[in-house]
Every structure is written in C-alpha cells, then in structure tokens.
Design a protein around this ligand. Structure first.
Ligand code: KIV
Length: 271
C-alpha cells in the first residue's frame, strides 16, 4: 500500500509522552489486513497482534497452541495495512519462556519477517533475562502482568488476579522491575482497579488496562469482543459497541434468501 507521508507515525516515544501529558492511550487487537486498515483509519494508537488470535481467529480454547510462524503471518497482514499505529506483536507460548536466547531469536524472526515495531511478553522478574536480551538488540518490549493467559493452566481459571495481598505485592514489584529493565509500557489484565491505579502512579512508563479499571494510562480490548463478533464472551469489563454477530448473520440470511428466490443477481447486477 502507498505510504501517506503526512501521517505522523505513533512511536514508543509518543506513547511515553502521552502518559506524561495525561493523554489516554487507545489500543486494540488486530490480526488481519482488512480490519487493521479500519482500526488504523479510525486513529487507534497501538495495534496489538495478540496471541488471542489463537482463540478469535483459530477457535482454540486457549492461547497456547498458536505458533511463531502463525503470529508472523498475522503480523505481516497487519503491517501491510497500517500507516499510523504502533504495531506490537505477542511472543507466543513456547517462543521465549525459560530461554533468553530463544526469546531473542523469536523476536528477531518476528521483526525481520513482519516489519512490526515491538513485542509483548507475559510475566515479571522470571522473564528478566529474556526482556533484557531483547532490549539489548534494540527492540522495544511491552510487559504484561495480572491475568496472563499463557499461564492459564497454572491459574486454573480466568478470574480476576491479584486480589490477595501477596499476589498484589508481587505484581507491584514486577511492574517496577519491568520499568527498570526498560520496557516501554505494561498491559495490566483483569486486576482490581485500585491496584491498577497504584501501579500506574508508581511507575513512569504507561500502563494499558483490560479489565483493570479507569486509572490505567490506556485501555485495550480484543476488537472482536468490542464489535460483538464473539457473541458468547461477556465479561463485566467489556463494552460492546456493535452487535456484529447478529448484523452479519442477518445480512447472510438475506443473501441466502435472495439467491434461493432468484432475486440476486438482478438485471443491474450482471454484464
Ligand atoms: O492477546 C491479546 O489479545 C492480549 C490482550 C488481551 C492484551 O494480550
């Protein structure tokens, strides 16, 4: 696609400046070219090629099955569509845990093959070596604390995290550690609003919340949830802006009726 030179691209520095100015940061997930074009045209600040693609695009129950090559395929499609937004790609499960050399090679593969701008990893001090190694290669890193879906079998459920004091204390320490390592932002997923407020006030890098209340420096949602395409997923934190499952179903039902009744195509819709 041709590049519009007048568009000011969002960078990690701009994201940091937004926190300093008190301007909220908007982030959504994107996995394909057509949707990414719409979200970018609307002016979204950050597009996350999330490993939630495993659920939303591939129909898996968890984020664990998606592979590095599949993430790269999604990221390539998004990169081709975007002129303005900062594009962050999730390192998928198994591509970084417990092995910082692998973390760096996974990151380099994503950056080289997709053209994205940054990566996101789940975890705190336990992934320090990986985060430091990636940052030393000059790749911006976004952290992710709270409910970290790649650890679902450790947690056992998708309920709110860090309600207990010990887990809240560790989350505060982890956020400080990620800031100190050099991460440019941190996603806080499904934690009490009061804890997210404390974390956001305690660190200088932006926090982006999902189910973490109004005090984070930005908000992120899964686009298919916001648009009502994933009809059955209705957590309390989700605001649906459309009911696209119903709208698309009604349109397709009408199309089927029109085909069966020979109404489509009509005289103007042929050569
Ligand atoms: O993969 C994803 O969509 C995410 C968001 C929920 C933050 O990590």
């Amino acid at each position: 696609m041709s590049v519009n030179k007048e568009v000011k691209k969002v960078t990690t520095h701009i994201i940091q400046a937004m926190k300093s100015k008190g301007e909220k940061i908007s982030m959504l997930t994107a996995y394909d070219y057509s949707m990414a074009r719409i979200l970018d045209a609307a002016g979204i600040d950050i597009l996350l090629v999330g490993d939630s693609a495993s659920n939303v695009m591939a129909g898996h129950e968890t984020t664990l099955p998606i592979t590095l090559d599949q993430m790269i395929y999604h990221a390539q499609s998004v990169v081709r569509a975007v002129q303005r937004a900062l594009i962050v790609v999730d390192l998928p499960f198994g591509s970084y845990q417990g092995n910082s050399t692998k973390a760096l090679s996974s990151t380099i593969k994503i950056m080289k093959e997709s053209g994205a701008h940054a990566v996101k990893l789940e975890g705190g001090v336990e992934i320090e070596e990986s985060v430091r190694r990636i940052l030393s290669a000059g790749v911006p890193v976004m952290g992710h604390l709270g409910l970290t879906p790649q650890s679902i079998y450790k947690f056992g459920t998708y309920t709110v995290r860090a309600k207990e004091e010990a887990e809240a204390k560790k989350l505060i320490e982890d956020s400080k550690a990620l800031e100190e390592m050099g991460c440019f932002a941190i996603v806080l997923e499904k934690i009490p609003a009061i804890l997210a407020k404390q974390v956001s006030e305690n660190i200088t890098i932006p926090t982006i919340g999902i189910g973490a209340g109004p005090h984070t420096d930005g908000q992120v949602l899964v686009t298919h949830d916001l648009l009502g395409i994933t009809k059955d997923f209705q957590p309390r934190f989700l605001r649906r802006y459309l009911e696209l499952f119903d709208a698309i179903k009604a349109a397709v039902e009408q199309y089927i009726t029109d085909v069966k009744s020979r109404d489509f195509p009509n005289e103007k819709e042929q050569y």
